[in-house]
Write a protein that binds this ligand. Structure first.
Ligand code: SF4
Length: 218
């Protein structure tokens, strides 16, 4: 593929979004939640873990602990065994309890609807903040998880070793109104077709717009 101008890349990105929408109309966030606090806990648990595994663990937790104050009162020895199967359970327990204490101390127990306030919470980075903004608060937001990180680079829409830089590059190339939806579409594409080890290029719906259409041959 010849070198693109920023205008050409934006036009290609729009076409990619249209084709991904057609291919994955059912794309949606995979984590199960019913309010912003549940989504925040689930997203912290999803680091280095599949969403399916998180969804197995969270129903029992969400039944027991319903408010930030209830999460804040937990101790690591109580929480750790309950989240052990999600991996990195010590760090995740610390993050969840610290995050809940900060919500109680600084936000009246509510999850703030603001990127800077979210990323100031213990254990909450840009990706987690954007998952919250996009899916609990209906704000346009791109969450760069492992799929968005890999697929956006394969598609030549961004390039960096740093997910936060990928995020900033994607905000330049994708229409703002589509940020949250495009996150879901790229994640669906990354899970079902442009998978990590052997992408299914011969059946890829955006093959004609990809710089690496023969990454995997038939
Ligand atoms: S052509 Fe292959 S590498 Fe390119 S987006 Fe499709 S599956 Fe991924």
């Amino acid at each position: 593929m010849k070198r693109e101008t920023p205008v050409e890349r934006k036009a290609r990105a729009r076409k990619i979004i249209r084709l991904l929408e057609r291919a994955y109309p059912d794309a949606r966030i995979a984590l199960t939640f019913s309010d912003p606090l549940e989504l925040l806990v689930a997203t912290i648990l999803s680091a280095q873990c599949t969403d399916e595994r998180v969804n197995q663990v969270t129903p029992a937790l969400f039944k027991k602990y319903r408010t930030a104050a209830e999460w804040a009162r937990l101790t690591p020895p109580t929480l750790e065994p309950q989240i052990r199967s999600t991996g990195f359970y010590r760090a995740k327990a610390r993050s969840i309890i610290g995050m809940a204490n900060a919500l109680v101390a600084e936000h009246g127990g509510e999850v703030p609807r603001d990127r800077a306030a979210l990323t100031a919470l213990p254990g909450v980075g840009l990706k987690t903040a954007n998952v919250l903004l996009g899916n609990a608060f209906d704000e346009p937001a791109i969450a760069v998880d492992t799929h968005v990180f890999r697929v956006s680079q394969r598609l030549g829409l961004a390039k960096s070793n740093d997910p936060d830089v990928i995020h900033d590059q994607l905000t330049e190339v994708l229409p703002k109104a589509s940020w949250t939806r495009t996150t879901h579409l790229i994640q669906a594409h990354g899970r079902r077709t442009c998978v990590a080890r052997a992408p299914r290029c011969p059946v890829c719906p955006v093959r004609a717009l990809c710089p690496w259409p023969e990454k995997t041959r038939a």
